[in-house]
Design a protein around this ligand. Sequence first.
Ligand code: AKG
Length: 245
Amino acid sequence: MIDVQCRSTITDRFRKDGFAIADGLADAPLLEDMRAVYDAMLDGSIPCPGTDRELGGLTRQIMLPHLHHPLFARNAAVDRAREIAVDLIGCADPQFFFSMLIFKPPGHPHETPWHMDMAYAAMPMTPAGTSWPNDVVAQFWLALDNVDGDMGCMQFIPGVQDGSMPPHHVASGAPDDDGRLLAIGDPAAWLPLDTAVKCPLAAGSATVHGYSTPHYTGPNRSARGRRAYIFSFADMARLGALTAR
Ligand SMILES: O=C(O)CCC(=O)C(=O)O
């Protein structure tokens, strides 16, 4: 159980800034187990047929790892995150909506450019100017390694999550490919980039952001791999109504 004080701090920050930090979602034994399964997926000893790909042809991404190993379907970190998501998205029964692993090996040169997750809701992208509530989705980015700016930790622009969606474009990959990489075309023209907040994390902690919070990760300039386990909860009724419009 996450204590109520901690939940309300996370909720206040998420509402104000569009993102928050959830410390200590995974303890040391769970981290050890998750790293072992993660590494086995990376080296192919746990095969992930059909969901192992390169995001934009650049960065290793294993989609829906919970389909290939039960640890990524149900674990104490996901349970704690679900408790937090109840408050963030204001829904008694948030649905496990999506999950992926994004791995940046040592020296990985590619950034994940500024974007909003809601851009991915349509092919090739949600139209610019769309305005959806940020709190319809709560996406957790759980660090399996201590991560800082040099390794490509998450970065966010606080307080701009309630505007309409800036134009995105396909930065890399084929426009009709699910694995395309989307980016805000001219981020400096649309976002106050000088206010970007870097979120270094201890292994086992997570950031959580909403559907329209702009975010970015840099290259991994370090000599250590950056293993991120990413999953989200959604209010499916509200989300379905928005995407059906
Ligand atoms: O890990 C990354 O590089 C990007 C993650 C991301 O964009 C997300 O969690 O929405």
